[in-house]
Design a protein around this ligand. Structure first.
Ligand code: AMP
Length: 526
């Protein structure tokens, strides 16, 4: 949807598109962020899709059917987002779905239910992603929102959103917050600073393949091994049995957050097993996962060059932070007070809703218009009337591939280093690698390594050079990175210039989005 097609009355929401659960929130007429319940009256919706002919059933009903019809189910899509259709797809009823199309179906369910609840159409959204998501993963998330028929105002980082939700009523008290976000499939740690109505990201790190599912898998594999020992059969080879065991493991994990022991029963092929699992044993089996998350906390503190005593508060988000061992580890490691006035499941979408309204307020300022209620504007403004400011940092280094004459090999020169506040603008001059070069070809990459093959290629920007230039002739290179984490690269030499926008380069074209949207309209999302 282009800006010119947007209806004059706009309604913006915040969407937390989670690995296991998703949530949607809005700002009410009093300027307060509120969760919008789904059609099943739940405040969070399982990110699970069940394909049933031309219908896509999203949420609890799909999750409940996972055991009965595992071949019709898609879950954990977020772990695949950013991959091309060739790298990941699922096929149902003769139609092949990409990760962004599947994510779009989840967003559609949230949007449809929210429209029914609010009694008005939803036009705009801010969608959250883990802070360490790269360009391709952000692009795919943006496209998922567009495919669901939304104008995506911004893609923002989950910890920033959580800090916004937490900090909204504490903007008067300056403080540094450590956000520990352990969800169903991803892990993110971020240090945020709240200073005079300005929320600033200082450092961030994470692991996008570490989350609750790994804890579940430990239990699944343990039960399967015990079953095999007793019955000589692997219960994971059958999809239905795997789904069933997976659900039992998940239930056991959640029970162990409030109880010290639980029983797991599993039947397969007419045989069954009954096992006792204590919280201590479970924690022992999962110690390596907790250690992994602890190491990442320590790395981010080093990257920020901070001591724990400089942290005022620890903010826990993500369903996995309900687990006592996780809370204990973070508490012991930081020795700082833990904020418990935000719900780990809801903070991210509430913060995204705040950012969505902030984006609309900024647009109003730009156009000199006023549509949103005055109460809403005042909730998001400092005493001097200026709007709350949010500054993010880059979570990956953006570099250029250069030629090292002395080592006779290529290397990556970092143009914008990891942890640079955005927006940012960097200009550098380089010499041509050889005499008589016809073109200056700039290869743009993302990643922390200086070895080109270890970085992700983002694109190429080239210009023609005048003839007979000596080696070392100057070529100017500028990298600009905006608030949406969209990179623009400009190459200039001898009065010539070329400009490429690396924004969203890996995803779908506008035409592909239009076709995919039309295709998705054929599917009824319930
Ligand atoms: P999120 O992606 O933030 O929704 O996190 C969901 C993850 O948190 C899933 O792995 C859930 O199994 C897990 N989870 C939710 N509640 C609990 C709980 N009470 N104890 C342990 N894990 C939980």
């Amino acid at each position: 949807m282009s800006d010119s097609e947007l209806p004059s009355s706009r309604k913006a929401v915040g969407i937390d598109l989670g690995t296991t659960f998703s949530a949607i929130a809005h700002i009410d007429t009093y300027g307060k962020p509120q969760i919008i319940p789904n059609a099943e009256s739940e405040r969070i919706t399982p990110s699970v899709i069940l394909f049933d002919g031309h219908n896509a059933i999203v949420g609890s009903l799909a999750k409940q059917n996972a055991v009965a019809e595992p071949e019709k189910i898609v879950d954990f899509v977020k772990r695949e987002i950013g991959k091309s259709k060739g790298q990941f797809h699922r096929e149902f009823d003769g139609k092949v779905y990409s990760a962004e199309e599947l994510s779009a179906l989840i967003i559609k369910k949230l949007k449809n239910d929210a429209e029914k609840y609010l009694g008005e159409p939803i036009t705009d959204a801010v969608i959250t992603v883990p802070a360490y998501f790269n360009d391709a993963e952000r692009t795919a998330t943006l496209h998922a929102g567009q495919l669901a028929g939304l104008n995506v105002l911004q893609i923002i980082n989950e910890p920033t959103a959580a800090a916004l939700a937490y900090g909204l009523d504490k903007l008067e008290s300056n403080q540094t917050v450590f956000v520990f976000d352990l969800g169903g499939g991803t892990f993110d740690v971020t240090i945020m600073r709240i200073d005079d109505h300005h929320i600033r990201m200082i450092a961030s790190n994470g692991d996008h393949r570490l989350g609750g599912k790994d804890w579940d898998d430990v239990v699944v594999n343990w039960v399967a091994d015990e079953f095999d020992k007793v019955h000589g059969e692997n219960p994971l080879l059958d999809l239905q049995s795997y789904q069933d065991l997976y659900n039992r493991a998940l239930t056991a994990k959640i029970q162990l957050s409030s109880r010290t022991r639980t029983t797991i029963v599993h039947s397969y092929n007419g045989k069954s097993i009954k096992l006792e699992l204590t919280r201590d044993e479970f924690e022992q089996k999962c110690r390596h996962l907790l250690e992994k998350s602890k190491a990442i906390c320590e790395i981010v503190m080093q990257e920020a060059q901070m001591d724990w005593n400089q942290i005022d508060r620890v903010l826990l988000t993500g369903g996995m932070t309900r687990m006592p061992s996780v809370r204990q580890m973070v508490g012991d490691l930081s020795n700082r007070p833990v904020a418990d006035d935000v719900s780990p499941d809801e903070a991210v979408s509430l913060g995204a809703a705040v950012q969505a309204v902030l984006a609309l307020l900024h647009e109003e300022d730009k156009l000199g218009e006023r549509h949103l209620p005055a109460e809403v504007r005042s909730q998001f403004s400092a005493q001097d009337g200026s709007l709350i400011k949010v500054t993010n940092i880059t979570t990956h280094t953006l570099g250029v591939v250069l030629w090292d004459d002395s080592k006779v090999e290529e290397y990556v020169f970092p143009m914008i280093k990891k942890m640079t506040p955005v927006p940012t603008h960097v200009r550098n001059s380089f010499g041509t690698a050889k005499a008589n070069m016809k073109n200056a070809i700039v290869r743009i990459v993302e990643g922390e390594s200086t070895v080109p093959s270890e970085c992700t290629p983002l694109g190429i920007c080239d210009i023609e050079l005048p003839p007979f230039l000596p080696k070392g002739s100057p070529v100017e290179l500028t990298y600009s990175y905006d608030e949406n984490q969209v990179l623009e690269v400009v190459v200039e030499a001898y009065g010539r210039q070329n400009r490429v926008s690396i924004a969203r380069n890996t995803g779908l074209s506008e035409n592909e989005i239009a076709t995919a949207t039309a295709d998705l309209l054929q599917i009824k999302v319930v």
